[in-house]
Design a protein around this ligand. Structure first.
Ligand code: SF4
Length: 337
């Protein structure tokens, strides 16, 4: 057993072979508070704690190896049980609302050309407890994290089972008790995964990294578009929305001279027709190994003016955490230390 996380109190009772079920609830609530040292679980009898130490020496499988702070973002480098490294970030907004940005894979198979994680390739999927443990580590920075975005390393819908298991753990009322509407899955546009989400009808929010509403250009920038082109993506989004009734976020990473033209704005406006959505404009963050450039301020202004004239609803997200590489598309680690 690598970790006691992502298990319900009832599962813990079985796994730990506890004689009294209330002890499983007590252990569960220590774990949620981030207490993983059995000796600190003061309401658990010594005999039980000694048994736990002998049979399950580690309650948590990962550890923080580096903390970097900048602006309102704090990035943690996490070492997993096999020495793989992942990153997660806590973002604090102007209203002091704290959001955990969580990874779902080590690396990513999607290979989006503007994204640093995409350069790593897929190393492996995270297990459900590894997704949950990121929250445990982020809560050492602040206990009042109220929102989660699955927007760290990896394509969450490419690791569907463990992602769903982690989401139900985050939602558990005796645990973190985070409502579905405060969790957002951010996908590159993996249509079968979106369709599965629609079937499950969890009430969770969806963000799609659109980047371009021109099918050919999007296929050049994002390989996923070659398998699931824009018309298929739009169909999946409409049916998600039809079932869920929730506004979808279209992340639009602005790449200078690539997707910031008048024509791009028009195509974007066309794509949004029939969708209840908001476009989140994110000026691209410079990444050494990649060829793109960040848009200039006047380029951003010209693009937003165009969107205004086309009545496209958008927000402009000036990137938090740029100086610590904790902004969108910048999470990547060497896979081993
Ligand atoms: S943008 Fe997301 S899906 Fe694309 S390579 Fe990066 S982590 Fe993977």
């Amino acid at each position: 057993m690598k970790s006691l996380y992502a298990k319900s109190p009832a599962e813990l009772e079985k796994i730990l072979k506890l004689e009294k079920s209330y002890q499983a609830k007590q252990i569960y609530s220590w774990l949620i508070k981030g207490v993983t040292d059995y000796d600190k679980m003061t309401n658990i009898p010594k005999k039980v704690r000694d048994d736990l130490k002998e049979h399950f020496p580690k309650a948590i499988s990962s550890k923080i190896v580096k903390v970097q702070k900048a602006d309102s973002a704090t990035k943690l480098l996490i070492e997993l049980y096999d020495e793989s490294l992942i990153e997660c970030v806590m973002l604090t907004d102007g209203d002091n609302r704290k959001t955990a940005c969580i990874s779902s894979q080590v690396g990513c198979a999607m290979g989006c050309s503007f994204c640093k994680t995409g350069t790593m390739g897929l190393v492996r999927n995270l297990e459900d407890f590894e997704i949950v443990e990121q929250m445990v580590h982020l809560r050492t920075l602040a206990e009042d994290i109220t929102h989660i975005v699955f927007m760290g390393m990896g394509e969450p819908l490419h690791n569907f089972g463990p992602l769903m298991s982690a989401i139900s753990e985050f939602h558990r009322s005796e645990g973190y008790n985070i409502s579905m509407r405060r969790m957002t899955i951010s996908t590159s546009g993996l249509v079968p995964g979106i369709n599965k989400l629609t079937e499950l009808n969890l009430g969770i929010r969806l963000a799609v990294s659109l980047v371009s509403a021109n099918n050919e250009l999007r296929s050049n920038i994002m390989k996923v578009n070659r398998s699931y082109p824009l018309p298929e993506l739009k169909k999946a989004l409409i049916s998600f929305q039809h079932t869920m009734g929730k506004r979808i976020t279209l992340e639009y990473c602005m790449l200078s001279g690539v997707n910031t033209t008048k024509e791009s704005a028009k195509e974007l406006s066309q794509f949004t027709k029939g969708l209840m959505c908001v476009v989140n404009l994110i000026p691209w963050n410079p990444i050494d190994e990649l060829e793109y450039e960040s848009p200039t301020e006047s380029e951003i202004r010209a693009f937003t003016r165009e969107l205004d004239s086309l009545n496209v609803s958008y927000t402009l997200r000036m990137t938090k955490g740029r100086s610590i590489s904790g902004a969108c598309g910048q999470l990547a680690t060497s896979t081993r230390r």
